[in-house]
Design a binder for this molecule. Structure first.
Ligand code: NIG
Ligand code: FE
Length: 413
């Protein structure tokens, strides 16, 4: 499938615009300070960017690959998905659009709990088979790195099967696995939290099955005290952590996560001035999930106010069957412009370098020397199409480590 030889130098030419934020976390106004090089070239060596600049100053190379006048942007990084699940939520969807609230469906034992039953009944092989087309869809939409959470296991064995499915799929995709402590059992909740802290987290950390721990801090899930206990257990196990918070209520989870040094706090649909100030004063990334606003009709997270306050904002799909059946990272980027008030340049930084930071990753997300050569060749000579186009993909080819990993469009996942 690859068109290029990765070991030798390859010079990509015919780039109308080569566009990238600088490497590393960008916050506040710096999120808009992207570099646009017109009539550019890019030298890739061993899968890593070796040089970028105007085509007229390009170095000599063993191979030349002409991209035909297209704009090039970094590969997108999707920092929040629940791409492994079984079953469906189509009845919940019908109920919701007829007026039943997402939280009420969950409180009645539906919603996430329905997906947990179907997922717990699936084998690891089933989960791999179900997740693969979803990950292919995200990749075709521009995601060259994708985070995938557990969290639909009814018991610990099912949680481990979810993480093993992600491990299997890591041979095909660049995935970052997260252990998500999603919703408590309906009885024995204190015992469950204890077992998560003393058994599950240490076991997952020892097996290297997750790169981080996440908790759903909400009225229908874990309270702030339980969340603190779980995040502290993650820290003891040597795992970074992150949080789902402020989706429906501001319970204090965002402030706690910033205080403890979380990688990111995700959702933030109902965050107010206190949460915005906490994020702006911290190193924690504020991850927006505009697909949830679209699909559940929730308020939009205050992206504009977060950036204006100096926070570092990332954007993800939150691909999952209940709150965001969004199979396109490019669409999440484009929705963040419409729903959260980001500019196209801010949205590009949010979906690249800041998403990398939200996952604790360095060395990818930007097109600059030393960064992994993950990039998108757009079906356009103007990079802004990546933020503009809805309903058809502006992403032409997807390269990871200098290799073209594009696939032809398959069936719906
Ligand atoms: O990120 N909010 C909690 N968890 C997921 C939804 C999971 C589901 O509805 O199945 C989220 O939105
Ligand atoms: Fe989520």
């Amino acid at each position: 499938m690859s068109e290029v030889h990765t070991e030798a130098d390859i010079l990509f030419t015919g780039i109308s615009q080569l566009v990238s934020p600088p490497p590393g976390l960008q916050r506040g106004a710096a999120m808009r300070a992207i570099n646009v090089i017109p009539e550019a070239a890019m030298l890739v060596r061993g899968g890593v960017v070796a040089w970028v600049g105007p085509a007229r100053s390009a170095p000599a190379a063993a191979h030349i690959h002409d991209l035909g006048g297209a704009a090039v942007v970094p590969g997108l990084i999707d920092p929040h998905t629940h791409a492994v699940w079984a079953g469906d939520r189509l009845s919940d969807f019908e109920a919701r659009v007829s007026g039943v609230a997402y939280e009420d469906i969950l409180a009645r034992g539906g919603g996430i709990r329905r997906t947990m039953q179907a997922t717990a009944a699936a084998s690891t092989a089933d989960l791999v088979r179900l997740a693969r087309p979803r990950l292919l869809a995200l990749q075709a939409s521009g995601a060259t790195t994708t985070e995938v959470k557990s969290g639909y296991g009814l018991d610990f064995a099912a949680e481990l099967r979810m993480l093993e499915a992600v491990r299997t799929l890591q041979s095909e995709f660049a995935l970052v696995p997260t252990l998500l402590i999603h919703v408590p059992p309906t009885s024995g909740r204190a015992e469950y939290v204890r077992a998560v802290c003393e058994e599950l987290i240490p076991q997952v950390a020892a097996a290297g099955l997750a790169a981080a721990v996440d908790v759903f801090c909400e009225a229908e899930a874990f309270n702030v005290a339980e969340t603190r206990t779980i995040l502290e257990a993650a820290r003891r196990a040597g795992l970074p952590f992150k949080l789902h918070a402020d989706q429906f209520q501001t319970l204090g989870g965002t402030e706690l996560a910033c205080d403890l040094g979380a990688l990111s706090v995700d959702h933030l649909e109902v965050s107010g001035p206190t949460q915005i100030a906490a994020l702006a004063a911290s190193q924690t990334v504020a991850t927006l999930l505009p697909g949830v606003t679209l699909h559940l009709g929730l308020p939009a997270a205050p992206g504009r106010r977060l950036i204006d306050a100096g926070a570092a904002v990332a954007v993800g799909t939150d691909l999952n069957p209940g709150s965001s059946p969004v199979y396109s990272t490019q669409l999440a980027l484009a929705l963040a412009v419409r729903l959260n008030g980001l500019t196209p340049a801010e949205a590009l930084s949010a979906c690249t370098v800041n998403a990398a930071s939200a996952l604790g990753l360095q060395g990818r997300g930007a097109l600059a020397p030393g960064q992994r050569a993950d990039f998108l060749v757009l079906n356009s000579s103007d990079w802004r199409d990546v933020a503009y186009t809805l309903g058809i993909s502006p992403v032409g080819s997807v390269y990871r480590g200098g290799l073209n990993i594009s696939i032809s469009r398959g069936a719906m996942p």
